[in-house]
Design a binder for this molecule. Structure first.
Ligand code: ZN
Length: 130
C-alpha cells in the first residue's frame, strides 16, 4: 500500500461520479495523517466554456476559502486510459498555493504515477518574480 493510497481513494470516489476530479490533502505534519483533511473538486463547466474552472483549482480554492493554507499533495484521478496531468493554469495555482508537492496521477484502472510539481512546472512564475 503506497503512501498515496488514501488520496487516490478520495479522488477515485469523486472520479466515479463526475467527469474529472481532483482532491488535495492537507496535513500539518505528514501526508495522509489521521488528522489530515481532504478537499475534492470537479470541473465546473458553463455555457461560455472559457470560464470553466478545472477540478484542481476548485479543490484548492475551496480549501483556501475554508482557511487551509498548507497542502501536502494533490491527486488527479480520471477515467481515461492515459494519465491526465494538470493544465497550465492549474499548474500555476498549484505552485503558488502548494509549492513543490507531489502530484499523484491515477486512473480508474489502477495506473499511478507520482511527479513533483517542480518536474511538471520547472520554471514557475511566482511572488519572487514581482
Ligand atoms: Zn486545469
Amino acid at each position: 500500500m503506497s503512501e498515496h493510497d488514501a488520496l487516490i481513494a478520495a479522488a477515485t470516489k469523486v472520479a466515479k461520479t463526475l467527469t474529472q476530479k481532483f482532491p488535495i490533502s492537507k496535513s500539518g505534519r505528514r501526508l495522509h495523517s489521521p488528522s489530515g483533511k481532504f478537499f475534492t473538486g470537479c470541473n465546473v463547466e458553463n455555457a461560455t466554456y472559457g470560464l470553466t474552472l478545472c477540478a484542481e483549482r476548485v479543490a484548492i480554492f475551496k480549501a483556501i476559502s475554508e482557511g487551509e493554507r498548507r497542502f501536502d499533495s494533490i491527486a488527479v484521478v480520471t477515467d481515461t486510459d492515459a494519465l491526465t496531468p494538470p493544465c497550465g493554469a492549474c499548474r500555476q495555482i498549484i505552485w503558488e498555493f502548494c509549492g513543490d508537492i507531489p502530484v499523484v496521477l491515477a486512473n480508474l484502472k489502477g495506473k499511478v504515477e507520482v511527479l513533483q510539481m517542480s518536474q511538471l512546472f520547472p520554471k514557475p512564475f511566482d511572488s519572487s518574480n514581482l
